[in-house]
Ligand binder design. Structure first.
Ligand SMILES: [Zn+2]
Length: 254
């Protein structure tokens, strides 16, 4: 109850004009939202920015511009559905650019290998998201590339809402889970067949596992829906039902 009332008060707070300047000047899709959706986004961002802690890494000083651009893109994912407010993400670590992360994996014979890997984003099941600021900034302004690191990492956060990071977010009912599993299994199998033939209909990273598949198709849904439609129209409809609306997009994408 306390959370509900506190969030209701935050939603109604006047949105700072300096934040509005950032949305209008540096977030390309903001201008295409209806006034009602702009207000809704602002309210959700007020909650996001109050509840999440931002920490600069690698010498980066986090500014309000950075916080606003991350918040806008994360909140865009839930603009048309009942918001979860990403309860498992408490902290967002921002690096100035791509960072090195150590990936641990088990090799045959039980040998554990630790490999440094360069990344622009990471999502941890409990607690945090890590982002490269230059990639965040570029994806807020460059549209229709099909790439958006904030959408990708926060899709992982939505995925983790169901308990496991397995490519299945929280859905309405048992029928929705059954449909999700059927459409995604078939689509992921088809993607792997394409890749085996040397065809690349969407980012091959999606073929890694169902969790990456969900994160990559989320990026495409918002940033290049025409590519997703050409790959698998049923998959596009699945995301339309989940995210709640078909994104407004360019004439090229129509
Ligand atoms: Zn990922």
């Amino acid at each position: 109850m306390f959370n509900f009332l506190r969030r209701q008060a935050l939603r109604k707070k006047p949105f700072p004009l300096t934040w509005l300047d950032v949305l209008q000047g540096q977030v390309a899709w903001y201008a295409r939202l209806t006034p009602e959706l702009q207000r809704r986004l602002q309210g959700r961002m007020q909650i996001f920015l109050r509840e999440k802690t931002f920490i600069g890494c690698g010498g980066l000083t986090v500014t309000d511009t950075m916080r606003v651009i991350v918040a806008a893109q994360a909140c865009r994912l839930e603009l048309h559905h009942e918001p979860s407010h990403f309860p498992h993400c408490e902290t967002i670590f921002l690096y100035p650019e791509a960072f090195v992360s150590t990936v641990t994996r088990m090799l045959p014979g039980g040998v554990i290998e630790q490999m440094p890997t360069v990344r622009i984003g990471e999502s941890w099941h409990r607690g945090s998201v890590v982002l490269a600021w230059n990639a965040v900034e570029a994806s807020a302004w460059a549209e229709w590339t099909g790439r958006n690191v904030v959408l990708h990492e926060f899709a992982h956060q939505l995925d983790s809402g169901s308990g496991a990071v397995d490519g299945v977010p929280v859905l309405r009912n048992a029928a929705a889970y059954a449909r999700w599993e059927g459409v995604v299994d078939r689509s992921l199998t088809r993607l792997r067949l394409h890749l085996n033939r040397g065809e690349v209909p969407i980012d091959p990273y999606a073929a890694q596992n169902p969790a990456e598949f969900f994160a990559v198709i989320t990026e495409l849904y918002f940033e290049a829906p025409h590519v997703l439609r050409a790959f698998d129209p049923e998959l596009l409809h699945l995301l339309e039902d989940y995210y709640g609306v078909f994104p407004v997009h360019s004439a090229e994408a129509a």
